[in-house]
Design a protein around this ligand. Structure first.
Ligand SMILES: [Zn+2]
Length: 347
């Protein structure tokens, strides 16, 4: 998704921050909420995360108010993240690789699609991939103007807002995907329920990918919630989905770190198999610290083994390479003095 860390402007005004009084996933009240972690980022306010002992979801509290979030996403967040509003070489490369990985995951579980709706479609790489593999109608929602224009320039059907989607696809979408989107939403369960009730066909599929609380650093200004495998499966169940397959992996960024959690689910009420009655918060803290330690030390000692090389964050438009095949983009990146990116704030 086209979202990332924000600079000082959006964070300095304390009036724009609100305390989260109930778990944003299961709704548990303050009795079930415990402090989890504090994180300081360069040029950012310190972020504080709590964890719900009921469902295991970590969440930012305080967080920006809904009004401040809207202003933030309407503003220059992308420029603040990467210095550019439009797609960069790195974006195009990562999203292309991610799209191929996810499409491969899909093909193991389904062989037919008619309509794919991708929320937070970004450059449209995933839509292009499913359209090619399944011959389906591929439709995206992307609020970022520069990214939407980029996707549209590739011939993709892209809308700025879910409200603008064509009415004739209501109840007919057989794949909805949210790739690095759910963690940005203040009310993820309500959003998933609306997607299911409004857009999905009865036997449709939902594909999610989010950062892994026990693998990815996860905590940044725009990440309002952070999921583990168990808390994500529980969240899906609460939204009226039964999980069919889970993929925990590092592709395309890392060779062995378990950075991401992908889940394929369908409408249903089957509870996840691993469903602890209560979450052991002390154990979750230990697990998180251990994962962070492994990521930091392996990055420091053997970065070439841990991280795959990336092109630089150079704007695609700047190099006029939008129409070049990826192999050429990689060659250009190397000639520009590529540096390995070790840690990313977002996807
Ligand atoms: Zn909860």
């Amino acid at each position: 998704m086209n979202r990332g860390m924000c600079g000082e402007r959006a964070t300095n005004n304390v009036d724009e921050w609100v305390q989260v009084e109930a778990c944003p996933v299961c709704g548990a009240d303050s009795d079930s909420l415990q402090p989890f972690e504090r994180v300081s980022h360069d040029n950012d306010a310190t972020l504080t995360y709590s964890i719900c002992a009921g469902c295991g979801t970590a969440f930012q509290s305080p967080r920006m108010s809904d009004e401040a979030l809207a202003a933030y996403y309407a503003g220059e967040y992308r420029r603040q993240v990467q210095g550019e509003e439009g797609p960069t070489l790195k974006d195009v490369h990562v999203q292309g690789e991610r799209a191929r990985n996810l499409a491969h995951f899909l093909t193991k579980h389904l062989d037919h699609l008619t309509i794919h709706l991708d929320i937070g479609a970004s450059t449209g790489a995933f839509l292009a991939e499913t359209s090619k593999r399944f011959g389906c109608r591929a439709i995206g929602v992307e609020p970022g103007v520069a990214y939407r224009q980029y996707a549209a320039s590739k011939g993709l059907e892209i809308y700025s807002d879910i409200e603008n989607l064509p009415k004739e696809i209501r109840g007919r979408v057989d794949l909805v995907s949210l790739i690095h989107v759910l963690e940005h939403l203040p009310n993820p369960i309500a959003y998933l329920r609306r997607l299911r009730e409004t857009w999905m066909s009865e036997h449709g599929w939902l594909l999610l990918e989010v950062p892994n609380l026990f693998g990815h650093m996860s905590f940044e200004l725009s990440h309002l919630v952070a999921f583990s495998r168990d808390s994500l499966l529980r969240a899906l169940w609460m939204a009226g989905f039964s999980s069919e397959a889970v993929l925990i992996h590092g592709r395309p960024r890392s060779r062995f770190l378990k950075l991401y959690i992908g889940v394929l689910a369908r409408p249903g009420d089957r509870a996840p198999r691993s469903f602890p009655a209560a979450v052991d918060v002390r154990k979750a803290r230990r697990r998180r610290r251990s994962a962070n330690r492994i990521r930091r030390w392996s990055t420091r000692l053997v970065p070439w083994l841990v991280w795959r090389p990336l092109p630089p964050s150079t704007a695609v438009s700047e190099l006029a390479i939008a129409e070049q095949p990826l192999a050429h983009q990689r060659a250009d990146a190397n000639s520009l003095g590529e540096t390995t990116q070790h840690e990313e704030p977002c996807s």
